[in-house]
Design a binder for this molecule. Sequence first.
Ligand code: HEC
Length: 177
Amino acid sequence: MDALRFNKIAAALLSGVLLIMVFGKIGNILVNPKTEISNAYPIEVPEKNETKSKVAEEVIIEPVLALLATADLESGLKISKKCVACHGFDAGGPNKIGPNLYNIVNKDQGKADYAYSKVLASLSGKWTYEELNKFLYKPKLYSKGTKMNYAGLSKTKDRANLIAWLRTKSDSPVSLP
Ligand code: HEC
């Protein structure tokens, strides 16, 4: 075989290989057009916080009056354990971090012998069942600036059971609704 003939064969083989590669690429592009697009997806923009906090402000606190008569006092006693770090419930007991809560149902708000925050001292109502219900749902929502550092009881049943138990902590419990 002379050199020229060898070169021709080699060139033919090489261009064959090149063609296969080129067609392979073209084929890929045709079968998977714009592969990179499939990696792109729309980013969901979260709704503005504004809307969220508005909803939180308009919270509707479920009433407990209808639940008090059939409340579970045992459960109320258990829930009261969440309060005992700061409150006593016995007649004539001392204030702790918070005021003593004996006789609390229908008592004047923020008027016991205790150094209340401004916001509690400025209240002029009574701790009726319904006011206790609203306060205990979220103390800081009821009285912004209160020094009662407690998140609150979001479950209506828990508030009803606790308030029914609080009612018993009195010389003469207020009548049930
Ligand atoms: C971390 C301590 C803490 C815990 C826990 C706590 N409280 Fe209080 N509580 C306080 C303080 C302090 C005040 C006085 C708030 C003020 O002056 O702003 C208060 C005030 C109150 C008042 C108003 C009393 C009044 O004389 O007007 C009631 C009612 C009350 N708490 C009920 C409860 C109940 C029921 C629980 C349990 C579910 C509870 N608190 C848990 C600290 C606490």
